[in-house]
Design a protein around this ligand. Sequence first.
Ligand code: PLP
Length: 401
Amino acid sequence: MNPRIYFDHSATTPLDPRVLAAMGPFLGGAFGNPSSLHHEGRIAREAVETARAQVASLIGADPDEIIFTASGTEADNLALIGAVRASGRPGHIVTTSIEHAAILETCRFLAESGTKITHLPVDADGLVEHKSLLRALQSNVTLVSIMAANNVVGTLQPIEELAHLTKLHGVLFHTDAVQAAGKIPLDVNRLHVDLLSLSAHKLHGPKGVGALYVRKGVRLSPIVFGGGQERGLRSATENVAGIVGFGAAAAIAREELAGEATRLAQFRERIARELTRALPHSYLFGHPVQRLPGHLSFGLHGQEREVGKLLATLDAAGVAISAGSACSANHSGEPSGVLLAMGYDDEGARGLLRLSLGRFNTQQEADRFLEILPRAVATLNGAATHQQPLRSIDAVPGVLA
Ligand code: PLP
């Protein structure tokens, strides 16, 4: 039986064995509390500070600008709630209509206490237009938060320009870089950002560890209270093994980023080319060029309501892909909020399929996927007249056989 094909790296990534090896000692004998002054504590502290430097280095930051959190979600919460609380006023947050729930739901929470929220529109490729940001900046704004890479369609925002515009108005700029980090080069100084969120499990690190970059001089209030760890911004005994894993994952990602980005982009282009050839009723979502290298989302005209069935058929055939965000309502067949914001109608916004490639994917897996997919699509209702004859291939295991 063929091993499974995992093409859902935007949901999460497998732990790199080198990361696991780095974490090992801190799940065993090296158990100290980094706040303890004795030998055991000092070993843990040293490991946490090494990891802080490794994470900082991935984004061109100083180590003391990195605050470890328990997730990318928590980093987003800390950035937004922390900035509003530090301002001492309900304030005004400008964000986009295609952010992850970690931003959108935090905004909803803040709105309940009087914070004004402006959602910037995006164009059909998922790009924020400068004009709409400029317009929003005419009023009194506390913080602008715009994601670096979209998790559903893979579009990259021009963060450098958007942040520059924002800074000209003296307003704080935050970017959720959870999907971008380790996949495209990020430098907080070149990008002019004040706050930037990261998550370890999206770059072959462990789950349950994130970080917020906080530029020196930026005032933030904590949202978790206690012993004052992480410069008072994130109380709690540090998740030492997780943080060590995050550091190792960041160091590997930094080292391998350029080669991997090229490899995954070529890989993606090949799949996109073959997919649109074999399935002429397919169409691609997101910006054609400004996009994550290993990310491909597509729809099947006339078969939008068959997405759930297609995912199940592929899963049974050994292929893991998704219908957009792992934590969105998409599993329930609801239209994707991101696609609605990009101007797709209700029907079109139901039909998203997402492939996200990663470090351990191979060309052989792409070949197998390109054999399995058209066969799986052929089992669906609708759009039959749009399809080209399928290539004659050997029987595929599972329900497709
Ligand atoms: N932001 C974006 C863009 C994401 O894609 C995700 C996870 O999917 C998050 C934030 C949340 O990160 P975490 O899973 O570490 O809470």
